[in-house]
Design a protein around this ligand. Sequence first.
Ligand code: GUN
Length: 296
Amino acid sequence: MAAKIIDGKQVAADMRAELKAEVTELKQKGIVPGLGVILVGEDPASQSYVRAKERACEEIGIYSDDNRLSADTSQEDLMTLVEKMNNNPKINGILVQLPLPKGLNEAEVLLTIDPDKDVDGFHPTNVGKIVVGEKAFLPCTPHGVIQLLLRSGVTIEGANVVIVGRSNIVGKPLANMLIQKNSKGNATVTVCHTRTKDLASHTKRADIVIAAAGRPNTITSDMVKEGVVVIDVGVNRVEDATKKKGYRLVGDVDFEAVKEKASLITPVPGGVGPMTITMLLYNTVESAKRAAGLVT
Ligand code: GUN
């Protein structure tokens, strides 16, 4: 079976159009959703993420308060800025771009963010709420993965899902979301990681494989069954002298071979990537509606 490619750019564009219409309606009620963005240091990948976030905010009409701080910013100054955003009613969501430069305490910064403005869904309060099935901001990449599945017509309920990777940003929260007793969950979930014995024995049984390991070719065609749905969260740079930048981006999946066996598969780039920022916009709009008392 040759797979149908899931077009993440198109799904993201559809969702952004829905959000733009919602923001236009909110503005008619005098509500302007606002996102505070903090980037510390000069990591090129982080800079390009943050630029894309700012462009996306502008595109759908979200106010964006952008802060670029030097790599030698103190923990205290960073926390003071987060506190200022916590107390600023114009800001509904706060995003501190990770990873922070060495020497800064990431966990302490994330704890300082008001959980009601934690549009990344990284605060332990929101992580805990997801675990016990309470309403919370859903972390953006895992939520983007679920939206791609649902909007591609994939049945999550009852599916055997194998997640490869146990990061705090993707693997762990995604597993917690997929086992919930709700319309985005009810799956049977296995989480595999670097210490898993015989990874292929797990992935071969999967109806849905979600690769979030951060390593090219983690999933090859001999490791999946015919008709599998494959979501590739990986973004890896591999050297490529034919490219102007000297590298190209690949996922964690051997795309060319696996697509011949899968029923549905996401490409890299153009799969999960465009969804992450879209879900951040979604959470920011949701937060503005909550702050205005329009939703609970
Ligand atoms: N770094 C890589 N991905 C993310 C993300 O989704 N949010 C934040 N804050 N930092 C990141």
